[in-house]
Design a protein around this ligand. Structure first.
Ligand code: GLA
Length: 690
């Protein structure tokens, strides 16, 4: 058996190929000694053959093959153009290995197929990037192509995955492993609120800061398919690839990168691996320091009035905003959501002198200017649709979504047209930011559509490198490492309800760093939940990520404005290190509390946020255990928003009046005991290593 290994300080991945077949993962776990004899690992990996099984146990390889008797779902399912099933048996032609990268070239001479499997281990972030490419000499139909297939731990009792909806992204589901397949096939054509393309496989007892887990993310915006299968023989496999129906017939096929990592130190080590990898390896450069946003959507909607917008901008700047984003409603004749998508020309009724008067006002206030687009969409009531009805993706009798249709981004004339319109605005006006929206699902998944969008974004970024782009899709409908390679921020949810947002961004931190995660202070009465939430809570939730405001500043009382300005100025003082920090999720014995901490890269300072989402069952708060600290180091701990403590807290816990100095061991083992607090509030604790 031929063998190979890839190492990071946290893991060793060993692969083996028997008789020149497709390589398999023969070990993926804690680092093995460099002296480990891989031929022995390979021998130890050979499974038995028992009654009821085929006489050879087919490998669970990087691309499992039905023709070799693999009893589960194969890694490639393809047909010729007449519909006859192709049953490849690949043989290894070549392997190249350099600098943490392994590339396997395989051929299937009889069928005219070539397969390339690539694995790249990042020594600093501990993330492995895995992709599959398939070439066929003649055109074929590919129903399924998996990125390199990995085994899942047989110790694991459950898998953790994510579902969601508009205003309810990143809902975590814990599913038990059982014989058979868990299949998610996302036909919406975007990564979607419903199907965040991620999976965590956790061993029993794994929590945020201890235990063993492996984690997977498919970096693709066009909808993924995931298979987590337990075979009858007990082995388990994880497959990720494009959703069914994504590929048109052809000769070249490629998966998106599958990002994976593993940890012996709980979910946080997987989370910080993804956070760092996205921030330091994938995310495009953005303006620094990250400007504090004001977005006008929830204050004016489609009702744009220059005088009013100038007033709002002045108030937002006075509160601390540094970038003003003009949302939907500025183009065509867009007075509601039934019209004008596709006509990316300033509405002369609302802006008779163009956007210059507004932009000049905003610039004079010291803010940058951002503009909303939804480039891939078209309304039937638009100049674009009247001129090019044939540019629509899918049949005309398809159901509409938000009264709109989708443009066919696989057409170069569509992409050229959109480039021309957007580039003209970026030339004519001083625009430093685009909010790029995508408010409906596609008529079906299509890799060509997603690639067309990527090509347009890449072209705009090359021509306008100083323009930052945010990915939005009715909130978090397009959150994935594919779009985030092109966009430096995501609008994680349309929910500005601070309690909902706290949960959504906390779960999303399993994959996303603070630097890319937008979070805004919404109106006093939340427009999407109807809940009324105190300004301090709204402001502190937004201050945990890339902060912005979205309420109408004219609704603020003097006290609210003061609280908001104070938190905004705290955020500005701390943003530089916080945008580079690790977000560590904290395990808490009280289900009413949702807590996390942001630990600076050098470990010398942190801030912890403990959200009291509802009233606790017991009267006194349970201790909050911190994580990631040096046990023997001492930290000065200060409750920085102690002024928010309600009168019902009558005792004298020291943190209500002074900082405390405690060891990492104390803080991580016993935990911090905080003063009593009202529900729907948040405690902010700063720590500095002394
Ligand atoms: C989507 C976005 C919102 C806003 C509206 C504008 O719903 O998620 O933030 O931009 O579109 O129509």
């Amino acid at each position: 058996m031929q063998t190979w290994r890839l190492d990071t300080a946290r893991q060793t991945l060993c692969l083996g190929s028997e008789n020149g077949g497709v390589p398999s993962v023969i070990y993926w776990g804690a680092p093995l000694p460099l002296t480990e004899d891989l031929s022995q690992v390979a021998l130890a990996h050979i499974p038995d053959v028992a009654a009821g099984m085929l006489d050879e146990t087919a490998a669970l390889s990087l691309c499992p093959e039905a023709a070799r008797g693999f009893p589960g779902q194969p890694g490639l399912q393809a047909r010729d153009l007449n519909g006859a099933r192709l049953l490849p048996r690949f043989t290894l032609a070549r392997c190249t290995q350099k600098n943490g990268e392994l590339s396997f070239q395989l051929t299937e001479a009889a069928l005219g197929l070539a397969l390339e499997l690539e694995l790249l281990a990042d020594p600093d972030t501990h993330v492995i990037r895995a992709t599959t490419r398939l070439h066929s000499d003649t055109a074929i139909v590919v129903d399924w192509l998996a990125a390199p297939v990995f085994p899942a731990s047989q110790m694991a009792a459950e898998m953790v995955e994510f579902s969601g909806r508009w205003c309810g992204e990143f809902q975590t589901r814990h599913l038990p492993w059982a014989p058979g397949a868990r299949l998610r096939d996302n036909g919406t054509g975007r990564s979607g609120h419903e199907h965040f393309p991620g999976l965590i496989v956790a061993d029993p007892g794994c929590n945020n800061s201890s235990g063993t887990a492996s984690a997977f993310h498919y970096g693709w915006s066009g909808g993924h398919r995931m298979l987590a299968e337990e075979l009858a023989d007990g082995r388990r496999q994880i497959q990720f690839g494009h959703a069914s129906g994504s590929y048109a017939p052809g000769t070249e096929f490629e998966t998106a990168p599958l990002y994976l990592t593993r940890s012996d130190q709980g979910l946080n080590a997987c989370a910080t691996a993804f956070q760092r990898h996205l921030r330091d390896r994938i995310s495009p450069p953005v303006k620094t320091p990250r400007p504090l946003h004001y977005n006008c959507w929830e204050s004016v909607y489609f009702n744009h009035n220059l005088k009013e917008l100038k007033d709002i901008a002045s108030r937002a700047a006075a509160l601390g905003a540094e970038r003003f984003v003009l949302d939907d409603g500025w183009f065509g004749r867009r007075d509601d959501d039934t019209t004008s998508l596709g006509d990316w020309v300033v509405d002369p009724r609302k802006y008779p002198e163009g956007l210059t008067p507004l932009i000049d006002h905003i610039k004079a206030l010291g803010m940058g200017f951002g503009l909303w687009f939804e480039p891939e969409m078209v309304n039937e009531d638009s100049e674009l649709f009247r001129a090019h009805p044939d540019w629509v993706l899918g049949p005309m009798d398809q159901p509409r979504g938000r009264q709109q249709l989708v443009l066919d981004m696989s057409r170069s004339d569509v992409v050229d047209h959109l480039y021309g319109q957007i580039a003209a605005l970026l030339h004519d006006y001083d625009i430093e930011y685009i909010k790029w929206d995508h408010n409906r699902v596609l008529p079906g998944p299509s890799a060509a559509q997603t690639k067309g969008t990527y090509a347009l974004l890449d072209r705009l970024r090359a021509a306008f490198p100083a323009v930052d782009i945010e990915s939005c899709a009715s909130g978090g409908g397009r959150v994935d490492f594919g779009i985030l390679q092109r966009c430096g921020r995501v609008w994680l949810s349309d929910s500005n309800d601070a309690l909902e947002r706290m949960r959504i961004q906390h779960e999303a931190a399993l994959f996303l760093p603070a630097s890319v995660t937008g979070s805004h202070v919404g109106p006093r009465r939340c427009h999407t939940s109807g809940r009324v939430i105190d300004m301090a809570t709204r402001a502190w939730v937004a201050a945990q990520r890339h902060m912005g405001f979205e309420m109408d500043p004219r609704e603020l009382t003097g006290a609210e404005a003061e609280t908001l300005s104070q938190v905004a100025s705290w955020w500005k003082t701390n943003r530089d290190w916080m945008q580079q920090a690790d977000i560590l999720r904290l395990d808490h014995a009280d289900p009413a509390v949702l807590a996390e901490m942001q630990l600076a890269q050098d470990g010398h300072r942190f801030v912890a946020f403990a959200g009291q989402r509802e009233t606790s069952d017991q009267i006194l708060p349970r201790p909050l255990r911190l994580t990631g600290l040096e046990p023997l180091a001492r930290y000065e701990i200060e409750l920085i928003n102690r002024g928010d403590t309600p009168a019902l807290s009558r005792g004298t816990p020291a943190l209500k009046s002074v900082p405390l100095t405690l060891s990492g061991a104390y803080l991580m083992d016993h935990g911090l005991t905080l003063p009593w607090n009202l529900p729907q509030t948040i405690r902010v604790i700063e720590g500095r290593r002394t």
